[in-house]
Design a protein around this ligand. Structure first.
Ligand SMILES: O=C([C@H](O)CO)[C@H](O)[C@H](O)COP(=O)(O)O
Length: 210
């Protein structure tokens, strides 16, 4: 069964906690987006884990160097999963995986900006990561002609556990699920909705549908 991850790209701990309280019943993973962590620091991780100890808290660090150190910081603050950039040296991923093993937590590699996402996903999967995020970031999504179909096709070819992030919504989630993903990530489709709880519930139901 694929997991549902809410990506919270809001900028304050207060707003993030309010959103999480509304959508937590429908999601498995609560992602603290990179802008949120840059705005609020490690304290937002601590606050979210305290509020939702039963959920996986995902710190979207997008770490590019000192993998062991930064992953250790995220896990020490209460994160269950932390992201390392796929474009960086294997040594950074290996260091983060070392920290994850010490804390009993996990590393996710984010392929944002990677030219051959499938190849890199297959490479880093051998390094002990939990799963690989096939990700088109918000800037890439804003480019003319962007379609999530690219990520869906890549997920089908990957042959390793992946998530898809980059335009998952109620219209695309069935195809995302059919691609065999481990995790579907939805940001704007939830936090940008008039009724985030209803949006998360609808995505959950679509993901769980036979
Ligand atoms: O990770 C993200 C981005 O880099 C900013 O932190 C987004 O949360 C991710 O792309 C999902 O966004 P949506 O397309 O809004 O679902």
């Amino acid at each position: 069964m694929a997991k549902l991850q809410v990506a919270i790209d809001l900028l304050s701990t207060k707003e993030a906690l309010e959103l999480a309280a509304k959508v937590a019943p429908y999601v498995d993973i609560i992602e603290l987006g990179t802008p949120l962590i840059k705005s609020e620091g490690l304290a937002v991780i601590k606050a979210m884990k305290a509020a939702h100890p039963d959920k996986l808290v995902f710190a979207d660090f997008k770490t590019a160097d000192t993998g062991e150190l930064e992953a250790g910081m995220a896990f020490g603050a209460g994160a269950d999963l932390v992201t390392i950039l796929g474009s960086v040296d294997d040594a950074t991923v290996i260091g983060a995986v070392k920290a994850a093993k010490e804390h009993g937590k996990g590393v996710v590699v984010d392929t944002i900006g990677v030219k051959d996402r499938v190849k890199r996903a297959q490479e880093v999967s051998k390094l002990g990561v939990e799963f690989v995020e096939l990700h088109a970031g918000l800037d890439e999504q804003a480019q003319p002609g962007y379609s999530i179909q690219v990520l869906i096709d890549e997920a089908k070819r990957a042959g390793v556990p992946v998530s898809i992030a980059g335009g998952v919504n109620i219209d695309t989630i069935a195809a995302v699920k059919a691609a065999g993903v481990a995790v579907a990530v939805a940001g704007g489709a939830i936090y940008g909705a008039k009724d985030p709880a209803a949006a998360a519930k609808a995505l959950r139901e679509a993901l769980d549908a036979a």
